[in-house]
Structures are given as structure tokens and as C-alpha cells.
Unconditional design. Structure first.
Length: 594
């Protein structure tokens, strides 16, 4: 079953002699559709269209149902039908068996009824779904990769802060520790044993029948948290004696290490105990240290012990037999930077502030993934039930990139106008800012050459070309008035949409987000956001610092003097908003055009 993916992938790498699989396996042919029958594989969408089987024949687990398309059914369409929400929903309702072993019956599959569609329409729908879901899947892969990069950026920021401090101009010195390198000159470096009370202490062993009531228990899996802080609300309970409570008691700020792990990657992972509101103990796969709070903040220590530099060092000191373990002595000898407590607090405040931005962006990405998954499900359902019209592709549709850039600008310009022309805050300058962000953020390439002008980023030639085209196509008419330019629908207003949906399906989610975010915002705010995005992108590609102060200085000193009319506080507030909304450039953004 593991050789069948949840998006139709089929791993054909395993080959066996025919005599070994003549019995106890399910046979299938090229063109067959296989569907997992057991929970949770069925609900998760495990299934595939069989193709490229060796000799046209294959074998699989008996937990598969094999469907063979009749003459008037396109095999690829049959596959998409089995991926539809309706098919899965009805299948779940018809499952039989005990919990954890429930299965759909072959009778359910044979009795399932769907909308009757002609073979030619089935093939068009299947081809359309192949194309559109592939685009959605690429977007989802890209977004997940961005989430991984976000995690890496967060880890790098924490490592930089707890090993180098916040002052880039601070004098540095060699720490004398090869794996740690340089530290600020006023910092000390001490072994862990000298900054904890009473040494390291292993936890207690408890049998399974002692769980369920009693004191709170810190377990190994409670240590693996992204914030490295143990939350008492999530802890299990265990029966303990009075003596055990005294010997293995836990206080706020206590530090735990994983001293034995099934995998090397988990060894010596550390976490700090949060608020303790009732009697709490810890289990035998953990070792506890109680930091001297007069020397080091426990949360600072927890963050330091979880950076990649320290993790790599501790893993190298561990040993593996059936499990990976680390000796107390080696934990106690790990080197730790010691700096003034007020500086530790400043570093922690900085990390908390920056982490909130990472979390907001991560939440935004998670929401986008959810929406893409929901859209994918809805798209499949609408197509296989005939609710969405899938027409024959035209030659223009097959090669949308052949349209000239002037027409492309007109299409995008018209889509922005179509969505926003009734908004009281919408006009020519706001249109230009959204056009810029459509290129710089959403990735819609219109060959713009944006200048650092008074209302910049601004490409006056491109905007005039677009306005000329939308009039020529009879889509929208720009009309100048006392309060700026308005855009009036013309006879063919809205007809641009057939081109818009065709040209930029992959970029549309980001484009939609730009329009939604700026819909109600005033023109000046849109100018601020576009200017900051442009400056940020330029500095990112030139390897310059991109902290808030540096970006504010960039727009107030290196752009058009008119930017100075806007208070510095407005620029900083907008940067906070942009980070929160995830409206930020990345190194993957195309470099600035000359």
C-alpha cells in the first residue's frame, strides 16, 4: 500500500518472479484503476491509474479494489471519479468492519452512480484535471518549501542572536571552542556544570498501569516543541509516591534533556519548564538540570542548547547501539556563553518579536495550503459531475504566452479595474501600485521597468500603453476628474476575464491576495507598501541588511525626496503589517531590472 501515493503516484520499482505472486495478490492490467479499500487509506485518497506495468500486468495487495473501465468510459476519467469528494464520502458511509479495520466493499464500487458523460467529454475533463491539478500541486509544493525555508530562517536568526548578540558592531573574540567560534568580547564561556544547581538528575520509571491519574509527568514527547518550553496543560498524569514527588519534583525554569532516543536526531533535545501550577515529575528517558538564575535565564539557555551548532555537537558526543544515548558527563561539559542578564532579556525580547512575524507568515502559508487543497477537491467534484463546463481548448488557449506584452498588460490592468473600480479609494496611482506588486510579488512578468519616481515604483510608459489597450478593446475608459482618474466600464467590460484565467493560473492565488489586502486601503498606504517592497527586493538581491530601520532609511534617503513627506512611523508600521500578512520578497524573486 505504501507504493501508492495520495495523488495518484504508483511506485513500480519492486519486481518479483511471477511464481512468487501467483497467489495472495490482486492482479491488475494497464488502464485499470486501483482504489485502497481499508481505512484510513481510502479516506486519504490512495489510488492510481495503472500504466507502464511490466508486460502490461501487475500485482498488488489484496487491500486494493481493481476497476476496469467499460468501452464508453475513459480510464483516466474513471480515476478522477474515484478521487472525487462524492465518491469518497459515499464510500466512508458504506464501510463495514471494526474500528481501525473498516473497509469499503466491492459492491459499493459497482453500485456507485455518477453523471453520464460522453467519452469525448470524459477525455477532455480528464486532460483538464491532469493539467489543473498539476498546477495546484506545484503551488502546494512551492508553498511547503517556503514554509521549510521559513523554519530555516527562524533557526538561523535564533542562532545568530544567542551566539553573536544583537550589536553587529560589538568587538569579538575567539571563544576558544572550535565548534562555537567567535563571541562578543564581553561574554564569558562556561561549561554547563558550573551554571546549574546540584548537577544533572535522571527521571523516574513508571509502568503503563500507573498512568491516568496523579501528578503531572513530563515525558519525552513533551520536549519536542518548536518553542522549547514545556506546557503543563499538555502533560499526562501518573501515580507517584511522596518520596518520588520529593526526588523528582519539577519547578518553573527547570531544563530537560532527552538522554535516550530511538533516533540520533532526537538525542539531547532540550526544553525549559513553563509555569508549574501543581505537583509535577519527569520520566526516566529525561535528565533534569536546574539553571542558576543569577547567571543565566533558563529560556535563553534552552534556546542556545537547541541551535544547530549545539545540536550537532551533542549528537557527535552520543553513542548508538539499540538506542542513541548520551552520558551525563558529556552533557554537563557542553560550553555555554554567559552574558549579562539584561542583555539576555533583550535578546529574548528580540526573538519573541521576530518569532511572532514568522508565526504570522507560517499561519498565512498554512491557510493558503488549506485553500488550495479545498479548491483542488472542489475542482475535481465539479468537473466529474458535469457542474463545470470544460470546453475544447483552442490554439490560443494552448499557447497563451504568444500574446504580446501590451495585450497582457491590458488584460491584467482590466482585471484589477474590474475588481476595484467601484471602490472609492481606487484610482490611477493605486492601479499602478497593484500592477507593480502583481509583477514583483505574484510573479506575473509584464516586462515592467519601474522607476524610483515621486509616485514610484512607477512605469509610466507601460501604464499608458495598458490604458490605451483597455480602451481599444472597449473594456474600460479612463476618465480624469477633480479627485483623480476613474475607470468606467465600456461595451465589452468583463470580456478580458477569459484571457486572465488562461494566462496566469499559477500566479492567481498571490494576485488574489494582493487585491484583497489592498482593496479598502488608501492610495498613500498602497504607495508605501509598493515602495517598501521594491526597496526590500533591491536590498535583498544586493546582499544588504533588510531590517526595518535599514528599509525605512532606504526609502527616506535613497528614493525620491517626495517620500520624506510620509512620517517614518508610517513606513515602520507598514513594514510590520507586510511581515504579518506575508507580503514580503524572497531571494527567489527575480532580480531588479536594469
Amino acid at each position: 500500500m505504501e507504493r501508492i501515493g495520495e495523488n495518484g503516484e504508483l511506485d513500480l520499482s519492486l519486481v518479483r518472479p511471477a511464481k512468487e505472486i501467483s497467489q495472495g495478490y490482486t492482479a491488475m492490467l494497464d488502464g485499470d484503476v486501483v482504489v485502497a479499500k481499508i481505512t484510513p487509506c481510502f479516506e486519504n485518497g490512495k489510488g492510481a491509474l495503472c500504466k507502464d506495468l511490466q508486460g502490461g500486468v501487475g500485482f498488488g495487495t489484496t487491500e486494493l479494489i481493481v476497476l476496469r473501465a467499460k468501452q464508453k468510459t475513459a480510464p483516466r476519467f474513471l480515476y478522477w471519479l474515484t478521487r472525487s469528494h462524492e465518491f469518497r464520502k459515499w464510500g466512508e458511509a458504506e464501510m463495514i468492519g471494526s474500528a481501525g479495520q473498516k473497509r469499503v466493499t466491492e459492491g459499493f464500487v459497482s453500485n456507485f452512480r455518477s453523471t453520464e458523460l460522453s467519452p469525448s467529454l470524459q477525455r477532455r475533463i480528464a486532460a483538464y484535471l491532469d493539467e489543473q491539478t498539476a498546477k495546484i500541486d506545484r503551488l502546494m509544493v512551492m508553498r511547503r518549501r517556503q514554509m521549510e525555508l521559513l523554519k530555516e530562517q527562524r533557526a538561523a536568526l535564533i542562532q545568530q542572536a544567542v551566539t553573536r548578540g544583537l550589536n553587529p558592531a560589538a568587538p569579538m573574540r575567539d571563544s576558544g571552542i572550535p565548534w562555537l567560534g567567535e563571541v562578543p568580547a564581553h561574554w564569558e564561556v562556561k561549561r554547563l556544570r558550573f551554571i546549574i544547581e546540584n548537577g544533572l538528575v535522571n527521571g523516574l520509571f513508571k509502568k503503563n498501569d500507573q498512568f491516568g491519574s496523579g501528578a503531572k509527568l513530563v515525558n519525552v514527547f513533551d520536549i519536542y516543541r518548536d518553542d522549547f518550553i514545556v506546557d503543563i496543560e499538555n502533560l499526562e498524569r501518573v501515580e507517584v509516591s511522596k518520596a518520588e514527588k520529593n526526588s523528582f519534583s519539577v519547578e518553573q525554569g527547570d531544563l530537560f534533556f532527552v538522554r535516550s532516543s530511538l533516533k540520533a536526531e532526537g538525542i539531547a533535545r532540550a526544553a525549559c519548564m513553563g509555569f508549574v501550577t501543581e505537583s509535577t515529575v519527569y520520566e526516566c528517558h529525561l535528565v533534569k538540570a536546574r539553571p542558576k538564575k543569577s547567571k543565566i535565564n533558563p529560556i535563553f539557555l534552552s534556546l542556545f542548547l537547541n541551535i544547530n551548532l549545539v545540536r550537532s555537537r551533542l549528537i557527535s558526543l552520543s553513542k548508538t547501539t539499540t538506542m542513541t544515548t548520551i552520558e551525563q558527563m558529556k552533557l554537563a561539559d557542553i560550553e555555554v556563553p554567559i552574558l549579562p542578564l539584561n542583555e539576555q532579556k533583550s535578546i529574548l525580547d528580540f526573538i519573541v518579536s521576530e518569532n511572532s512575524k514568522f508565526e504570522a507568515l507560517h499561519a498565512s502559508y498554512t491557510r493558503q495550503l488549506t485553500l488550495l487543497a479545498e479548491y483542488r477537491t472542489a475542482l475535481i467534484h465539479e468537473c466529474v459531475t458535469g457542474k463545470r463546463l470544460v470546453t475544447q481548448r483552442t490554439e490560443v488557449e494552448a499557447s497563451p504566452t504568444k500574446a504580446n506584452v501590451h495585450f497582457l498588460r491590458a488584460v491584467l490592468c482590466s482585471e484589477i479595474v474590474h475588481r476595484l473600480h467601484e471602490e472609492p479609494t481606487f484610482g490611477r496611482v493605486k492601479l499602478e501600485k497593484i500592477l507593480f506588486l502583481s509583477e514583483a510579488y505574484a510573479g506575473i512578468d509584464l516586462e515592467g521597468h519601474y522607476q524610483r519616481a515621486a509616485a514610484g515604483p512607477f512605469d509610466n510608459r507601460a501604464l499608458r500603453s495598458a490604458e490605451s489597450q483597455i480602451q481599444k478593446q472597449k473594456w474600460y475608459q479612463p476618465v480624469k476628474g477633480e479627485k483623480g482618474t476613474r475607470y468606467i466600464p465600456m461595451a465589452k467590460a468583463g470580456e478580458h476575464r477569459k484571457y486572465f484565467s488562461r494566462y496566469w493560473p499559477e500566479q492567481q492565488p498571490k494576485f488574489d491576495r494582493i487585491v484583497d489586502l489592498l482593496r479598502k486601503e488608501k492610495t498613500e498606504f498602497c504607495e508605501i507598501v509598493a515602495t517598501l517592497f521594491s526597496a526590500w527586493k533591491d536590498r535583498l538581491h544586493s546582499g544588504q541588511p533588510c531590517d526595518d530601520a535599514a528599509l525605512a532609511d532606504e526609502v527616506l534617503t535613497n528614493w525620491h525626496p517626495s517620500k520624506q513627506r510620509i512620517p517614518r512611523e508610517h513606513w515602520l508600521n507598514a513594514l510590520e503589517w507586510m511581515r504579518k500578512q506575508g507580503l514580503t520578497p524572497t531571494i527567489a524573486t527575480s532580480p531588479p531590472k536594469e
